[in-house]
Design a protein around this ligand. Structure first.
Ligand SMILES: [Zn+2]
Length: 463
């Protein structure tokens, strides 16, 4: 922590053991669906959990007053805005190793010709360092939770635990070029992810384990159904790409006579707690299936735009009551992990697609990036500051032209979405632990992670 008055957004005065902390901020945006802003506000945290959120008593209490929660509490003074950590609902973060690889190709050629042949040569150590560098980037942007689909899950989970982040790690199912012929390959893969769930689900209070089969066009339907059964037994998240490109949708229908959502529903896959990434090319019948089976969507507007995949029907999905969060997708197709960009682009594209300047409000946009993401992942305790939620928090300076003028509370939310950005994030906490201080990730050796990813990326590019 910085010294008081050192020009930082946060000051700290340790009054107790640190397990109970009152955060006092110029403004608190709880993102709890109420639209409330507390200016000034406070968030009380015990351990890794928020216990109270509200307006700051006026005058500010001292340790002996009735407004003070009690002795043994520490206090953090936030100069600026405090809001929940952002939730990234769809990512393949270790692909920092492939950033800038295969640019300007459409999805099918990028995967088949460039990415998958290189991923076939990955090692667990590659994934560890790729994830470590990604976590530093995510945390720096205030993204405290990420839902991952990848392989070498143990290495990925190791990086999350070591770097103080939070993740839902869904073990990937995808046969890459060069995998040896093995009739039991899918079964062995399922056994491995089941074992991962048994060993690591809940680890450090920051890891959740789920199942992440790639897509219906890459994984046999019998395997998807078997994976879904196992996920249902464990109430684990089932994470899959659906209807990302029109070509994928057309060829699946031509081959199987029905849409991917219809096939997944018929096979019982949607009985699992499902998050369907992308979901760009959905028919009205597909959306009705999502609603009936409570399938959530990870909306990835920037990845979809960069690969020219299309624009998902965000407003329709929300109107139909579908749970929607935002995803960056992997850093090889985006190419950063900045969810603030997704939030603004989602709102811009929704307005363009619908020809309606009121199609998605700033309040709806920030909720997509926070509480909506938590809800899409079935985690009501993430992306919100309310009693019982995880103490994953982001402090942003408001000492910036982006927040001027500020006449009323609604301006704060408008400015947050339309004129602010991740550059204003100063400090970040995950489960009450400080992970970014004054704009620097303090839980990752970023120089070492960068050096590792640079060297490993060069090796993989040469295969
Ligand atoms: Zn993806």
């Amino acid at each position: 922590m910085s010294e008081d008055g050192g020009g930082t957004a946060v000051r700290y005065r340790a009054d107790g053991g640190g397990s109970a902390v009152r955060y006092r901020a110029d403004a608190v945006l709880p993102c709890d669906g109420s639209g409330r802003v507390f200016r000034p506000g406070r968030v009380d945290v015990v351990g890794d959990t928020v216990v109270a959120v509200g307006p700051e008593p006026d005058p500010v209490p001292d340790a002996s007053s009735a407004g003070w929660p009690g002795s043994g509490w520490a206090e953090v003074r936030v100069r600026g805005l405090l809001l929940p950590g952002l939730v990234n609902t769809h990512c393949h973060s270790p692909m920092t190793l492939f950033r800038g690889t295969g640019e300007n190709l459409p999805l099918d050629r990028w995967l088949g010709e460039v990415l998958w042949p290189r991923e076939a040569h990955l090692t667990p150590e590659d994934v560890y360092w790729g994830m470590t560098l990604a976590v530093a980037e995510l945390l720096r942007f205030g993204v405290t939770t990420t839902c991952e689909m990848y392989f070498f899950e143990d290495a990925l989970a190791d990086a999350v635990v070591a770097s103080g982040s939070r993740a839902i790690v869904t073990g990937g199912f995808l046969r890459l070029p060069g995998h040896t012929p093995d009739p039991r390959w899918w079964e062995r893969r399922l056994d491995a992810v089941v074992d991962l769930h048994a060993r690591r689900h809940g680890e450090a209070g920051r890891l959740e384990i789920g199942f992440g089969p790639h897509a219906a066009y890459t994984v046999p339907m019998r395997v998807l159904a078997a994976v879904a059964d196992v996920a249902v037994e464990r109430d684990a998240l089932f994470h899959i790409h659906v209807a990302e490109t029109s070509g994928e949708v057309d060829s699946y229908r031509a081959e199987h006579g029905r849409s991917v959502p219809a096939a997944l529903a018929d096979a019982g896959v949607f009985e699992a707690r499902t998050v369907a990434a992308h979901s760009v090319w959905l028919s009205d019948e597909d959306i009705a299936l999502y609603r009936r089976h409570d399938v959530a969507v990870a909306h990835c507007p920037q990845s979809n735009a960069k690969l020219a995949s299309g624009v998902a029907p965000l407003v329709t999905l929300l109107r139909e009551g579908i749970r929607v969060g935002l995803g960056t997708d992997g850093p090889a197709s985006n190419n950063d992990l900045d969810l603030w960009e997704e939030m603004r682009l989602a709102a811009l594209l929704a307005r363009l697609r619908d020809g309606d300047a009121s199609a998605l409000s700033a309040r709806e946009a920030i909720e997509l990036a926070t509480r909506g993401g938590g809800a899409a992942l079935g985690r009501e305790d993430l992306g919100v500051l309310s009693p019982g939620s995880k103490a994953d928090m982001v402090a942003m300076t408001m000492d910036d032209p982006a927040f001027v003028p500020l006449h009323e509370d609604s301006h704060l939310v408008e400015h947050l979405v339309w004129s602010a950005s991740s550059r204003l994030v100063t400090d970040v906490w995950v489960g009450g632990r400080l992970v970014v201080e004054d704009g620097t990730c303090v839980t990752v050796d970023v120089a070492e992670a960068s050096r590792q990813v640079e060297a490993r990326s060069r090796r993989l590019a040469a295969v």
